[in-house]
Each structure stands twice: as C-alpha cells, then as structure tokens.
Design a protein around this ligand. Structure first.
Ligand code: G3P
Ligand code: CA
Length: 353
C-alpha cells in the first residue's frame, strides 16, 4: 500500500524526498474554527485558493473531503461525482466516461473521480457549486485544478511556517465503504499519506472524520491520529452495518463511539434548538463531554438560504443574515469547534466582535 501511494505521488511529481518534520500541535484559542472546504463562502470549494484564504483569515484547521483517483491518489472533492464542481461535462475527450453508478444506495449519473487517473483529473478545472447563491465565487470558475491531499498538507505546512502558528488538517473520508468495494480503500491511503508527511502521532495537527464507524475503526488500526465520528440529524451511516444516528446519540451510543473516536462532528440542530428565537443548546454537548468526547458542529454559513428563519435578513436567499447570532449561540452551547464556510466571521465572533 505504501508503495502504491509513493508511486502514485511520484507519478504526480508530488513525492516528498524524505519524511518532513511533524507539524506542531494546533495551539491557542477555542472553540476551533474549521474552514469547511476552505473559505468556501468566498471562493470555489476545495481549491488551494479557498484553503489559503481560510488560513489567512485565521482558521485553525482546513477541511478537505477526500476521494481517490483511479491510480489511488487522494484528492479533494465533496463527492466522487464531479459534474457540479468541475468543467468535466464540457470536455469532449471525457464524454464517454459518463456513467450511472449506485453510490451509498443512491443512483448517481455523471463523471466519477475513480474513473480518472490523477494526470487526467488535473486537466479539469474547479467550478463554484452554488453559482446562484454565490455568484461572486463563480467568477473564479476555471482558474484552478483539483488539489491532491498532498498539496493541501504542503500548503498548510508552508503557511504554518510563514504565519508562525500551526494550521491543522481535518480530512474527511468520503464514501469509504463504496471505495473499499471498488478496490480503492481510502483508509490505508490516508494513513500512508499522513505517514509520508510525518503526521503520525496523536499530537499531530490532524483530525480524521467519517460518517461511517467501520471506516474510523479500520483507520484507527492504521494510524494514531485523532478521529471524529460524524453524525447527521437524520438517517444512518452508509457502511451497510445498519446503525442509526439517533442510537449513536444516546449515552450508550456515545460510550461506544468513545472506544474508537475522540469526538463527534454533529449537524447544527443536534446542538442548538434552532426553532426557538434564543437558540438554546440541547443536552448533547454536556452528555458528550461527560463521556469524554469533543463536539464539533457543522455547518455555519452566512447566507439566508442556510439560516433559520429568525436569523434571515431580507428575502434574497444569497443575502447574508445574522450569522453572528448563530455563532454566538454555538459558542455559548459549549461546542469545541465549528465547521464554517466563513472562517473570518467565526474568528471575529470568537474574538468578541
Ligand atoms: O465534515 C463535516 C461536514 O462537512 C459534513 O458534511 O457533507 O459538508 O461533508 P459535508
Ligand atoms: Ca466534510
């Protein structure tokens, strides 16, 4: 596996000559500000520019979602189907790659990362996912290639040195059961990629996340870095084990998570009563802390489209609402970190502004 990853990185001209020194621990302020797909409220998500902007805005961690290419290189995309976030549909040479697949029990039509080598994928350019809500971001369509995980770690390392503070990396393994099934398991590739980068201790500035407990448990056997179990407000993981998120949130469920993870990454309504004007916290943070689990909440976005009704300002979906109030309520709830598309706002509110 290690050989495979080294070969794939070398093929991309990305292999590190030797394992670099580990990054220092992320220090300082809490709750952590985690830049969700970069500063994705202002630039197309999962581009090096979006991560860089997030770092310059003071984010503590940058969050890449990861999927593997046909030759096994981890790259940053939220889905393995890439027609919404790249120009692949306009590429005549790739027209025949369009397929319909079943991903996590759902039929999906389009172009899939795992059908492209890294070299092929690098000929594509990133696009804004939400051009109607984020038209300013769409002006940057076509500017950048899809970054590899290796490039993202290198960016964080370089910017940490420049800024004199450690910027952490918070990768999410996307569709891990699906990728294991097609012979492109993410867990060993991610563990190997971290090791190559010298990120291989519990104190490394890395937190690995997944919705699938089975994937986190497999990853735990390969790497000591910290892990977060993602939990949505509805449904259950897609790993075929039949678990439900509601059961994972009970005292017994949290105790079971504690056996393989350091915390939970939960959807906003699980930590805040968003229907009430004052947005009081739910009992979850206290329960999780009593179990020894950290709590990180997702996802804070500034636009009316994503905010609870009481926080919307005006009627335009793309206009910014009172995201400051949402962040204040989240911080008051006791969460240990927030995922946000707008890291600068989260940093500002954390600083009492
Ligand atoms: O990883 C936290 C949050 O990002 C989970 O949702 O769909 O944005 O990856 P998603
Ligand atoms: Ca994610």
């Amino acid at each position: 596996m290690m050989g495979l990853t080294r070969r794939a990185l070398a093929a991309a001209g990305l292999a590190a000559a030797a394992a670099p020194a580990a990054l220092a621990q992320v220090a300082g302020k809490r709750p952590l500000v985690i830049a969700h797909r970069g500063a994705s409220g202002q630039l197309p998500e999962h581009t090096l520019s979006a991560y860089l902007l997030a770092i310059r805005q003071g984010a503590d961690f940058i969050e890449p979602d990861l999927v593997p290419t046909r030759d096994g290189v981890l790259v940053a995309r939220h889905e393995n189907e890439i027609s919404a976030t790249t120009d692949v549909a306009s590429k005549r040479n790739f027209a025949s790659r369009k397929k319909t697949k079943t991903i996590d029990g759902r039929q999906v039509e389009g172009w899939f990362v795992e059908d492209f080598t890294l070299a092929e994928l690098k000929t594509l350019r990133a696009r804004e996912r939400l051009p109607k809500i984020r038209p300013a971001n769409a002006k940057y369509d076509g500017n950048e290639a899809i970054p590899t995980f290796h490039q993202i770690v290198e960016l964080a390392r370089g910017e940490s040195a420049k800024a004199g503070r450690t910027i952490g990396i918070y990768p999410e393994m996307k569709h891990p059961a699906y990728f294991r099934g097609v012979g492109l398991a993410i867990e060993p590739r991610l563990a190997a990629a971290l090791k190559i980068q010298g990120l291989e201790s519990r104190s490394s500035p890395v937190i690995v996340q997944s919705f699938e407990p089975d994937s986190l448990q497999r990853f735990r056997r390969l790497s000591p870095v910290r892990r977060i179990q993602l939990i949505a407000a509805d449904g259950g993981p897609a790993d075929g084990k039949g678990a439900r998120y509601a059961d994972m949130l009970t005292p017994g469920g949290l105790k079971a998570i504690k056996a393989y993870a350091d915390g939970i990454g939960v959807e906003l309504p699980l930590v805040l009563n968003l229907a009430e004007t004052a947005m009081p916290g739910t009992p979850l943070v206290g329960l999780a802390h009593a179990t020894g689990l950290q709590v990180h909440a997702w996802t804070v976005r500034a636009e009316n489209h994503f905010l609870p009704e009481a926080l919307r300002r005006g009627t335009a979906p793309e206009a910014y609402g009172d995201v400051h109030a949402l962040l204040r309520a989240l911080y008051a709830s006791g969460v240990d970190g927030v995922f946000t598309d707008f890291p600068w706002v989260a940093v500002q509110v954390r600083g009492g502004k």
